[in-house]
Design a protein. Sequence first.
Length: 385
Amino acid sequence: MNEHAYDVAIIGGGTMGIATAYYLAKRNQKVLVIDQYSIPNLFGSHHGETRILRLGYGNGGTYVPLVKESLDLWKELENETGKTLFNQTGAISVGYPDSDFVKETIDSSIKYNLAYEELDAKGLMERWPGITVPEDYVACYDPHSGFLYSEECVLTYKEECEKLGVTILENQRVEDIQVSDVEVKVITAANDTLIARKAVVTAGAWIPKLLPELQLEIKPLRKTFGWFETSEEDLYGSQFPCFVFDTHNVGHYYGFPDYNGQGLKVGRMDLGEEVDPDELNRDFFSTPKEEEDLRSFLSRFLPQANGRLNDGKVCLFSMTPDEDFIIDFHPEHSNLIFAGGFSGHGFKFASAIGKTLSELAIEGKSEQDISFLRLNRFYNVSESI
């Protein structure tokens, strides 16, 4: 049995975990990151090249301060590394007249003094001729939003962590977490014991398995997305924004411009099949229903992007009942922190959440107000964050 002492052990080195390690290491902490797969990988929620970053926020205006800090930190990371991590394409939120998603996007833009533009259906289709919507649809355009190169972001954090001396253990599954008042023991499948003063669990869909005593209401969903060939006209290229459509009777979809010739990328936010993450069917092409579902949206709203399917992938959403994240201390252990349930809209926040988790691990509190993400909204637990 090998024993090593660390200030903080991070269990789950994907999006949130590797960002947390980076900010801890910048503050001279001795950090361990352990993941059951490689970093980055195809098994969690960060693969597929891109993730939207929206400032005006239809998932709840309370997230706007967090996403503003996130964008600042992503740009700071770009400056430090010389890498391109963010593409400011702009973003449009589109929906039927009574769409709460579009209304919240507009309201949050107004409340936080964000740049935005309201468009009716005619104005939307004139601005972007590749879009077709019913005449009563409405939209909100945010010129400062865009998308992150998700796998490049994770890889960049990993590379910077290595420069800062972080110990990164890949392809090593954690079987048990044993917590006392003075230390956290992380037991691996190889029967190694790794010891730290504190631990942060950022294991995505596997958090309920690692912390079963909390009975967390985090539901792993199988989600799919694909890249579709567009018409020869440049309708969906570099001048086309990221998009989220809250349709009245088709579904809730999101997507990205064809920025590199691989096709327009589209996925579905709502629905999804509840799964065990260890038994997930990761074959997009296992049945035709995934492609048919995405085409049902494209054919109605982005018809000239309904060409050949160039590629399709499967990922996991870790959903909470209210679709808000959970970030908190373990109710019984002040030296164990966890963050999960990012519900399909978490990636953009990784920079700010990584910084926040580092603050919680070092100081026990955060500069960012994340009280609305605490566990006590579901359970009667003691004060934590």
